[in-house]
Write a protein that binds this ligand. Structure first.
Ligand code: PXL
Length: 280
């Protein structure tokens, strides 16, 4: 049976993040994907100034009003960047209502990076993100988001023992079966550190660290991770597939000589992802 997913993110018209990454990645993996857009922006807010931003909270209510008349349910729900504080409750209701029995909920608590909240996020919104994490099977914060979720001062590159403490603390506080922290350094590698509450096991999926600072890699990673898990891969394997996909996208970006604020060339890494997942 074809898997059915719902992706809840903004549309950043230019800059390769959120829905313009999630939809093509999930579709290429053979997953029937519906979209619930949270905001419409001219670009992402990370590396641009002067962008336009339309909060779609009211339109989401209209979309959900219509959906309530349809027989909709999803095997996988994946949320990310939100456009307003009110959307936390709204998205929480969606995660609750539209999840099929045995389904997978992945929450990316998108709100900050490099020790700072994104420009459109308030402290109130950041506080509310925890409520969504509490509804998830899997959360995939970066280190800044992990520290915010634990009310902890930001640590840029914690050691291995500290990463394990943070993973365990997140799983306990938000009652998540699996926690994956992205952007973790381990030796010469950059990757994703994971914890599985069921058996208390830790994982690390890495790839050689590149000197450049890329944009939008969190969404590329999370989209591939979500796709792999939805297609039945265990967390450790899914994380490695997603790290490799992200690494390939970064390499393609450099080869293409593109400015890094326009995101990574994940499009050209899709054939490799599809092969890794055994789909072609
Ligand atoms: O990649 C996360 C993200 C998603 N959407 C918007 C953003 C960001 C990060 O900056 O600005 C609009």
């Amino acid at each position: 049976m074809q898997k059915r997913a719902l992706a809840i993110h903004d549309v950043s018209c230019e800059g390769r993040c959120s829905l313009t990454v999630a939809l093509p990645v999930l579709s290429a993996c053979g997953i029937h994907t519906a979209a619930l857009p949270t905001a419409l922006l001219s670009t992402h807010t990370g590396e641009f100034t002067g962008y336009s931003c339309l909060d779609l909270t009211e339109e989401m209510r209209r979309i959900l009003g219509h959906w309530s008349t349809l027989p909709l349910a999803f095997d996988g729900l994946y949320s990310g960047f939100l456009g307003s504080f009110e959307q936390i409750r709204l998205v929480g209701d969606v995660l609750h209502t539209y999840r099929r029995k045995g389904g997978l909920t992945l929450v990316d608590p998108v709100m900050a990076d490099h020790g700072r909240l994104y420009a459109t996020y308030t402290n109130e919104m950041a506080g509310g993100m925890g409520e969504l994490c509490a509804l998830a099977d899997v959360i995939v914060p970066n280190m800044t988001e992990a520290c915010i979720l634990l009310d902890k001062p930001y640590v840029e590159h914690p050691g291995e023992a500290e990463v394990k403490n943070i993973l365990e603390a997140l799983a306990a506080r938000y009652d998540c079966g699996q926690v994956i922290i992205t952007g973790v350094h381990q030796g010469d590698e950059l990757g994703a550190a994971g914890f599985r509450a069921q058996d208390g096991s830790f994982t690390f999926a890495g790839a050689p660290r590149l000197p450049q600072v890329f944009y939008g890699t969190g969404d590329v990673f999370a989209s591939a991770m979500f796709a792999a898990m939805l297609l039945g891969k265990a967390t450790g394997e899914a994380a490695q597939i997603a790290v490799d996909f992200t690494h390939q996208a970064m390499l393609r970006t450099i080869e293409n000589g593109l400015p890094l604020n326009y995101g990574v060339a994940f499009e050209q890494a899709i054939p490799g992802l599809v092969r890794e997942l055994g789909l072609a």
